[in-house]
Design a binder for this molecule. Structure first.
Ligand code: MG
Ligand code: MG
Length: 259
């Protein structure tokens, strides 16, 4: 049994989602060729703390930084570093907060300057697949309906879904039940009920779906070195629709990232 959140809990999750959304916006302003991923992490860390929150990833199961900073073939869980972003790279910031005892968690893959056409398509399709997943997250549907919506869309473009990682419920813990795979069968899996708060987060490879874990035990890479994109939002399951708690509005409002 997965207990839906009360409206009071949802309000606290919404506050977290807002901080994460604004932080992604601040990071986005600074994404450009020549910046290090460590510098982007610092911007996020400062923004989160300025809002009175804590970067929940720092120390989570031993993770060493405030955000996950994943470049190009890194799917998720990259460490911020002195790597200097170059024109044509893609950079994923995955950001989590802990505020008033609840969690926020969202991610965005930014193009660094101009990227090649296939990479641009990967970003477009991955982000669109997230919204397909969100559209399927309605009360009475099942978790498999979300995964099916993401997978069928992504695969129609020849991209592939990473299966080793998935979305999740969120609350006082960053990762709660149910798991939300980005593949699945319609009508299968746990039933979604009104008030459940979940993070949907397609992780999509330009090439094959295979991945491997780096020697540091964290960074997940594509097996074929193809680029991978990752977009994540937090939503509340409602009757007939899902309510977005986090948003990419702060990233996209100035038109720097259009896709
Ligand atoms: Mg995340
Ligand atoms: Mg997540």
């Amino acid at each position: 049994m997965i207990k839906p959140k009360t409206e009071e809990e949802i309000a606290l999750l919404r506050e977290n989602a807002l901080i994460v959304s604004k932080t992604l916006g601040e990071v986005g302003k600074a994404v450009e060729p020549g910046v290090t991923t460590a510098a982007l992490c610092k911007i996020a860390d400062t923004c989160i703390r300025d809002h009175g929150a804590i970067p929940s990833f720092l120390g989570f199961e031993g993770f060493p930084a405030a955000i996950c900073a994943s470049v190009n073939d890194v799917v998720v869980h990259g460490f911020p570093s002195d790597y200097v972003l170059r024109e044509g790279d893609i950079f994923t910031a995955d950001i989590g907060t802990l505020y008033k005892g609840y969690n926020g968690d969202s991610a965005y893959t930014f193009p660094v300057g101009e990227v090649d056409a296939k990479t641009q398509k990967l970003l477009e399709v991955t982000k669109a697949s997230l919204y397909k997943g969100i559209a399927a997250a309605v009360a009475g549907a099942r978790v498999g309906d979300i995964g099916h919506a993401v997978q069928s869309y992504v695969e129609s473009f020849g991209f592939s879904v990473v299966r080793e990682l998935e979305g999740h419920g969120i609350g006082t813990k960053m990762h709660e039940n149910p798991g939300i795979p980005n593949y699945g069968r319609q009508g299968h899996g746990p039933r979604l009920s009104e008030g459940m708060v979940i993070c949907i987060e397609p992780m999509i490879n330009a090439g094959g779906r295979g991945v491997y874990l780096a020697k540091n035990g964290w960074a997940v890479h594509t097996a074929d070195k193809s680029n991978s994109a990752h977009f994540e939002l937090t939503v509340v399951v409602r009757k007939g629709h899902a309510e977005q708690l986090s948003t990419f509005d702060w990233i996209e409002k100035d038109g720097k990232f259009k896709f």
